[in-house]
Design a protein around this ligand. Structure first.
Ligand code: SAH
Length: 372
């Protein structure tokens, strides 16, 4: 007889864990105890959970487990950026990136195996798509990073910020993403402030509204173009959710007066495509009434991308127009690009179900990762 599959407690929210214990006749505070062991003390062994009774520890070990994705490859870039290739139970692999900065450490987390969208300038798109990640696989990336990194002196935690800017479109994997994010911000779990967790989206309007109602964390929008014609080309989901309604959704997200937060507008700078002063002025008009700040991201190249990064001169001209119009604008300098860890360079290893990877078949093993 095969052994019954164990239940993985890693991705369960506080409510789900409470229900899990209630169904087994245990008090709700068990959930809080176990949450703390998993997410604050990185403990995956029930036997070590000493504030649980022996009996509870016993049946937990029989029925349940705390399982994180397995590290296949760890790379560290010259600038201290880390990238992990993680293998999931079904053999697919995803990538997670850690970016150390002065006074903070940002973990860039994947939400899907590959991506179902087909943005023309992103190498994840070329891997095709396999499936959504579970909440355990999403929060598991945080677990893996913490297991590998030591806080520096005076630092209470090594991961101080999380961005859902890895592989995939988080808002097309709504429930598991919300479950994982709720663990990131739950006081009894990882306990980050909501301002320190950012969901990045290509603009899935109904899900932006749902997120606003469900769990109000920081939101970034992958804008990349100031008009529909160009955005249709770069971010094809724009045909379904065009700029007019999208800007309305952004305004709804920040609320009246925008006092809750500002949306971060991500704008990849591609030579000769979206980086002229005319584009900058159009962007100023588009964003005039949207509480936001703007992140310019110099395009990160990958083989056969068909695009080039904007020149420094074009970048600063563009930035100056935005700043003069009153927008907080920063340029996101590429991090970890020597190990292909920068924005848009994450590929993992995706069993493509969409046949899109075939269309892009000329693209070889873009990450340069040798299979184990
Ligand atoms: N699907 C979500 C999450 C991915 S975030 C989203 O679209 O927001 C990854 C960010 O990197 C997005 O802003 C994406 O547009 C950007 N990006 C993709 N390819 C890039 C590249 N080659 N160079 C720079 N940025 C890129």
């Amino acid at each position: 007889m095969t052994e019954k599959a164990k239940i993985n407690l890693l991705g369960m929210t506080r409510q789900e864990l409470t229900d899990f214990f209630a169904q087994r006749g245990e008090k709700p505070f068990r959930a809080v105890q176990v949450l703390k062991w998993i997410h604050q003390r990185d403990c995956t062994d029930f036997a070590a959970m000493t504030d649980l009774s022996k009996a509870v520890r016993g049946w937990l070990a029989d029925e349940a487990e705390i399982r994180t994705p397995e590290i296949v490859l760890e790379q560290c870039a010259a600038d201290g950026t880390y990238k992990w290739l993680l293998r999931l139970d079904d053999g697919n692999c995803i990538e997670t990136v850690f970016i150390p900065e002065d006074g903070r450490g940002t973990l860039c987390v994947s939400s899907q195996v590959g991506c179902a969208l087909d943005c023309s300038f992103c190498s994840t798109a070329r891997q095709g798509f396999n499936r959504n990640l579970t909440s355990a696989e999403i929060i598991g990336q945080l677990q893996v990073a913490r297991g590998r990194l030591q806080p520096e002196e005076g630092q209470s935690r090594v991961v101080s910020n999380v961005v859902l800017m890895g592989m995939g479109e988080p808002l097309l994997n709504f429930e598991p993403v919300v479950a994982a994010v709720s663990l990131m911000v739950e006081d009894n779990a990882y306990g980050l402030s909501r301002r320190r967790v950012t969901v990045s989206t290509s603009g899935i309007i109904p899900a932006m509204d749902r997120l606003h109602e469900t769990l109000h964390v920081a939101l970034a929008l992958s804008l990349h173009a100031p008009n529909d014609a160009l955005r249709n080309e770069l971010v094809p989901i724009n045909r379904k959710y065009p700029l007019g309604p999208l800007m309305d959704a952004c305004r709804r997200y920040v609320g009246k007066g925008g006092h809750h937060s500002r949306i971060t507008m991500e704008y990849v700078m591609i030579d000769g495509v979206n980086d002229t002063p005319g584009h900058a002025r159009e962007l100023v008009r588009l964003l005039r009434d949207v509480p936001c700040k703007i992140n310019l991201i110099p395009f990160n190249p990958f083989p056969d991308a068909g695009y080039r990064r904007s020149s420094e001169a074009a970048l600063s001209r563009f930035r100056d127009i935005l700043i003069q119009a009153g927008f907080t604008t920063i340029t996101r300098r590429p991090r970890g690009d020597d190990i292909d860890a920068a924005c848009g360079q994450l590929v993992g290893r995706v069993e493509d179900r969409t046949r899109r990877a075939l269309r892009y078949a000329r693209v070889p093993n873009v990450s340069g990762v040798t299979p184990p």
